[in-house]
Design a protein around this ligand. Structure first.
Ligand code: AMP
Ligand code: ZN
Length: 478
C-alpha cells in the first residue's frame, strides 16, 4: 500500500514496525461544541484508512484522545481555554460540557458509520502520565521552568520544523495577530507542557504537580496517550492538516526527546473542508453539523459518500448543490443494487470474477487511499459481466471499507415498492390515505425527508395521524 507521508512529503510503501500489526493514533475532538462537518471529514477519511488497513489483513489497534483540557483559543499556547469558554457560553461546568459534546461526537460518528477507536482516552483521565513524561523531559534537559510554567526547549533539538522548511524567524509561534508574546519563552517556538500561571487564572480544572497546581498544555496529551497505549513505536498518526503545525510538530519534539529515537513513521493529514466563504470553524461563520444536514432532509451517509468522492489530500468545498448531486448518485447505486437483489439469482459467487474485480477496488485504495477511484470500482462492479450473487457479495465486501450501507438502502427501496404493490381500498378516502403513505415511503427511501414531512402534515390537516412502526406505516383517523 502506498500512502503519502507528510514527514517525507512523498508517497511511500506502508511498512508497519511489526509485520501484520498497525499502531494507529488519531487526534480526537476538542469537546467544547458540536463537531462540524469539516472535523467529521477528517474522521471519515481516517475511518476509511483504518477499515482499509483491516480489509488488507492488518491487525489494527487505534487510539484516540478526547481533548477536555488544555486546548487554548490560539494553538500557540495563548488565550483562554476552549473548554472553559464553552462552559461559560452554556453556563455549565467544564465536565458537563465535556460529557455532553463527547456523547454528541460519538452520536454523529455512529450516524456516519465511523467506528469508535479501540481506546478512547479523555485528557483529564491521564494527568499522571503527563506529569511523568514532563518530569523526565526536565531531567533530560529538554524542558525548563519559567514564570511558573514548564516549557519545552526547542533549541535542544537538531530539527524542530519537521513538516515544512519553515525558517524560525518567519514563523513566530508566540507572536500572532492580537496575541501578546509570552516573554517566559527562551525561544519563540518553545511551547507549554504544564501551566501553573496563565493570564486566565480562573481555569476550572487544576491538578497538583511537582511544579504547583496547574493543568497540562494541549500537545503533551496526544504524545502521552499514544505512548501509554501504543508504546514507543507508532506506525501512523492522523489528524486534520491544521494540526501539522504546531500540534504535531510539538508532539514529535516532546515524544522523541522522551523516548530517544524516532517515534512515528507515517503522518496522515486530511485537508480541509471549506465553504464558499472560506474555512469552516466552530467559532465563526456558518456552523454546519450532522444534525443540521439531517434537519434539511439529508441522510448522514450521503455526506460520507460526498467526502469519499474526493481525495483526502485535496481541500473540498461544501455546497448543498454538490451534496444534492451525491444524493442522486447514492440513490442510483441503491437502485442498481435493489435490481440485483430482485433478480433472485441462485447461481453461486464466481470466485475468479470476484478476484479480478476486487483487485481494481484494492488497487484504488492502495494508491494513497484513492476513495473516488474506489467508488468508480464500485460502479465498474455493478456494470461488470458477472452474476448477481458475485456483485452483491462484492458490494458488501467493498462496503466494509466504504461504510455506505448500500445493501441496506437497496433493501429499503425494495420494501417500499412491495408496499406499493398492495391492493387499493374500495373506500376512496382510505385509498387516498394509502396512496399518500406510499408516496411518503418513496420520498423517505429517496431521502427526501422534507417531502415525507409535508405529506405527514397534509394528512394530519385532514384528521389522519400516521404511525410509523418497524413493519411499516399505519394510520388513525381522528
Ligand atoms: P478539534 O475538535 O478542533 O480539535 O478538531 C478535530 C479534528 O478536525 C482535527 O483533526 C482537526 O485538524 C480537524 N479539522 C478542523 N477543521 C477542519 C476542517 N475544516 N476540515 C477538515 N478537518 C478539520
Ligand atoms: Zn493531537
Amino acid at each position: 500500500m502506498l500512502i503519502y507521508n507528510s514527514l517525507s512529503r512523498k508517497r511511500e510503501e506502508f511498512i508497519p514496525n511489526v509485520p501484520g500489526k498497525v499502531n494507529m493514533y488519531t487526534c480526537g475532538p476538542t469537546v467544547y461544541h458540536y463537531a462540524h462537518i469539516g472535523n467529521l471529514r477528517s474522521y471519515i477519511m481516517e475511518d476509511v484508512l483504518e477499515k482499509h488497513l483491516r480489509y488488507s489483513g492488518y491487525d489494527v489497534k487505534r487510539v484516540m484522545n478526547i481533548t477536555d483540557v488544555g486546548h487554548l483559543t490560539s494553538d500557540a499556547d495563548e488565550g483562554e481555554d476552549k473548554m472553559l469558554k464553552g462552559a461559560k457560553r452554556e453556563k455549565k461546568t467544564v465536565m458537563e460540557i465535556a460529557k455532553f459534546y463527547t456523547d454528541a461526537f460519538f452520536a454523529d460518528c455512529a450516524k456516519l458509520n465511523i467506528k469508535t477507536p479501540d481506546v478512547v482516552a479523555p485528557a483529564t483521565s491521564c494527568i499522571d502520565s503527563f506529569i511523568e513524561v514532563i518530569t523526565s523531559l526536565i531531567e533530560k534537559g529538554y524542558a525548563y521552568e519559567a514564570g511558573g510554567n514548564i516549557y519545552f526547549d526547542t533549541s535542544k533539538l537538531k530539527q524542530y520544523y519537521v513538516f515544512n522548511d519553515f525558517k524560525e524567524d518567519d514563523l513566530a509561534v508566540g507572536v500572532r495577530e492580537g496575541v501578546e508574546e509570552d516573554t517566559n519563552k527562551k525561544n519563540k517556538a518553545d511551547f507549554v507542557l504544564w501551566f501553573t500561571k496563565s493570564k486566565f487564572d480562573d481555569q476550572e480544572l487544576k491538578w497538583d504537580s511537582p511544579w504547583g497546581i496547574g493543568y497540562p498544555g494541549w500537545h503533551i496529551e496526544c504524545s502521552c496517550i499514544s505512548m501509554k497505549n501504543l508504546g514507543e513505536y507508532l506506525d501512523i498518526h492522523c489528524g486534520g492538516i491544521d494540526n501539522a503545525f504546531p500540534h504535531h510538530t510539538n508532539e514529535i519534539a516532546q515524544s522523541e526527546a522522551y523516548v530517544g529515537h524516532k517515534w512515528c513513521n507515517y503522518w496522515f493529514h486530511v485537508h480541509h473542508l471549506n465553504t464558499n466563504s472560506g474555512k469552516m470553524s466552530k467559532s465563526s461563520g456558518e456552523f454546519l453539523t450532522v444534525s443540521l444536514l439531517e434537519s434539511k432532509g439529508y441522510d448522514p451517509l450521503v455526506y460520507r459518500m460526498f467526502c469519499l468522492q474526493s481525495h483526502y489530500r485535496k481541500s473540498l468545498v461544501f455546497s448543498y448543490e454538490n451534496l444534492d448531486n451525491t444524493v442522486i448518485a447514492y440513490n442510483k447505486l441503491a437502485q442498481r443494487i435493489a435490481a440485483l437483489i430482485k433478480e433472485n439469482d441462485t447461481a453461486p459467487v464466481n470466485e475468479a470474477d470476484a478476484e479480478t474485480l476486487r483487485a481494481g477496488f484494492k488497487a484504488a485504495l492502495d494508491n494513497d487511499l484513492n476513495t473516488s477511484l474506489a467508488i468508480t470500482a464500485l460502479y465498474d462492479l455493478l456494470k461488470a459481466k458477472t452474476n448477481a450473487a458475485t456483485k452483491l457479495a462484492l458490494v458488501d465486501e467493498y462496503d466494509t471499507v466504504l461504510g455506505l450501507d448500500l445493501t441496506k438502502a437497496a433493501k429499503k427501496l425494495l420494501e417500499a415498492t412491495k408496499e406499493e404493490e398492495k391492493p387499493i381500498s374500495d373506500d376512496p378516502f382510505i385509498a387516498e390515505i394509502e396512496a399518500k403513505i406510499a408516496e411518503r415511503r418513496a420520498a423517505k427511501a429517496a431521502k427526501d425527508y422534507a417531502k415525507a414531512d409535508a405529506i405527514r402534515k397534509e394528512l394530519s390537516d385532514k384528521g389522519v395521524t400516521l404511525i410509523d412502526t418497524p413493519q411499516g406505516t399505519t394510520f388513525k383517523i381522528n
